[in-house]
Design a protein around this ligand. Structure first.
Ligand code: ZN
Ligand code: ZN
Length: 217
């Protein structure tokens, strides 16, 4: 900044200033006059208030971020897995939207009146390593999911009938899959999964395999 005479401009245009040459000016005022202007005029007070509000907001933001980091640190792996599962299940409901229940006729040629669930072919209990695999999870009605323990025979038929034999072969081969993910892996996958869900909700479409590849499931 070049040296200029101290004289109020913009917000401080009503403030005379000392008229001395100064290299550093705010609203045209030298540091000394600027301080006086801040403390003695309504316009100056407004600037102070604005700055302190900004500072407060910044502190809140930093605190929120550190709380979030703490929360993630304290989260157990199983809690992280549960969070990822919720998003994966939402993704399944999103990509199977418009289809019917994998295990019964509900929704294929009638309107959905039941709750939409995401049903696992190999259960989470028996095959935890497949709990996120897109080829293992399909749109299922609440009745089949809750009361018929997945309706397994019908589930098999449903995959063959509605998704084809190639898809069924993929499902059959899944059992050989081995996976061992750390909590950090799960957190990273959650990040990607959340992004994919957003893109699906915004109208993009992906196949099961594409999603598996993107999230590395
Ligand atoms: Zn001055
Ligand atoms: Zn059903």
């Amino acid at each position: 900044m070049s040296s200029k005479k101290c004289k109020g401009i913009n917000r401080a245009k009503d403030f005379q200033g000392c008229g001395e040459e100064s290299n550093f000016r705010r609203y045209g005022l030298c540091p000394c006059c600027y301080k006086t202007w801040l403390l003695t005029t309504d316009e100056g007070q407004q600037v102070i208030e604005k700055q302190s509000l900004k500072a407060k907001k910044k502190v809140t933001k930093i605190k929120k971020r550190s709380d979030r980091i703490k929360k993630v640190k304290l989260m157990t792996k199983s809690e992280a897995e549960k969070k990822l599962q919720v998003i994966i299940n939402q993704i399944v409901r999103e990509i199977d939207n418009g289809k019917g229940c994998i295990s019964c006729n509900h929704g294929w040629d009638s309107n959905w009146t039941r709750q939409k669930h995401a049903g696992h072919y190999y259960s989470r209990g028996s095959n935890p390593q497949l709990r996120f695999d897109m080829n293992n999870i399909y749109l299922q009605c609440s009745i089949c999911n809750n009361w018929k323990s997945g309706n397994e025979m019908a589930f098999t038929d449903g995959i063959k009938k509605h998704y084809g034999l190639d898809q069924w072969r993929k499902v059959e081969q899944l059992k050989a899959t081995e996976r061992n993910w750390s909590k950090q892996d799960i957190l990273d996958k959650t990040h990607v999964a959340r992004d994919i869900l957003k893109r699906l909700q915004n109208g993009e479409s992906f196949t099961r395999n594409e999603i598996n590849d993107m999230i590395k499931l």
